[in-house]
Design a binder for this molecule. Structure first.
Ligand code: ZN
Length: 254
């Protein structure tokens, strides 16, 4: 992984603002993992993409994650604190290593009279279903894209022929083959004792953080440029510690 400078991150944020979420992920990963070709990035199974995003998050902002949740039973606001390592699935290969992800892994399922071959969903699939009007339509189209072959007693069939238990089993199989794609966090309300699970979405989380970081850094540039007449590029090139030291002087003299 290549560490991103403040200037690079600000540029990526600016690009990402105009992009749909799936493309923001690719923009960030393409900059942070320049050794991975763009067409390999968009074909990464989504859980593996999320694993890369978590590695990038740790590199940018450190290992500690803080998030807020609301108890569905009593409405209490909870602050959750956990480590990137707590939600990363063990044993995934190093993306920079020789054994980078095998993108073309084929999965198979035999159930009742059906034999199905399929692959895991990736960013290109998300791009394809982004404009669909209903969730059900999107789900069906995603499945259709990921199916490599469908047979019933040896005769070719389409996705529309598959009974619900079979499509459910395919979805389960996809989830277990790409475990980083569905991170569940167990919560326990200190106020009422209610226990529940919440889904953690690394892409949404990291984008909110980058957005907040960008707003903060733009404000700092505004203050320092106004006080010292420095250029944006020079202010971004300062280490965070030095930038904070100057900011304190500016705020102290205001
Ligand atoms: Zn509660």
């Amino acid at each position: 992984m290549r560490p991103l400078s403040a200037s690079q991150l600000l540029t990526l944020w600016e690009y990402g603002l105009a992009q749909p979420p799936w493309q923001r992920a690719i923009t960030l990963l393409a900059a942070a993992f320049p050794d991975l070709p763009a067409d390999a990035l968009v074909r990464l199974p989504l859980g593996k993409r999320d694993d890369y995003l978590l590695m990038l998050r740790e590199n940018l902002f450190g290992p500690q994650l803080t998030s807020l949740a609301t108890c569905p039973s009593c409405g209490e606001r909870l602050e959750l604190s956990f480590l990137v390592a707590d939600i990363r699935v063990e044993g995934l290969p190093d993306p920079g290593g020789e054994h980078a992800w095998d993108q073309d892994v084929e999965l198979s399922l035999s159930m009742d009279r059906y034999n199905v071959m399929f692959r895991l969903p990736n960013s290109l699939d998300l791009a394809e279903i982004a404009g669909m009007s209903t969730l059900e339509q999107a789900r069906l189209h995603l499945l259709e894209r990921c199916l490599l072959s469908v047979e019933e007693d040896g005769a070719a069939r389409t996705v529309a022929d598959l009974p619900v238990p079979v499509t459910n089993a395919i979805a389960e199989r996809m989830a277990s083959a790409d475990p980083q794609g569905d991170v569940q966090i167990a919560l326990n309300c200190p106020n009422c004792g209610h226990q529940w699970q919440t889904t953690f979405d690394p892409l949404a989380f990291i984008w909110i953080e980058i957005n907040a970081w960008a707003q903060r850094i733009l404000r700092e540039i505004h203050l320092l440029a106004g006080a010292y007449g420095w250029r944006e590029a020079d202010i971004l090139a300062l280490s965070p510690r030095r930038r904070q030291a100057y900011l304190q002087m500016v705020m102290g003299s205001a």
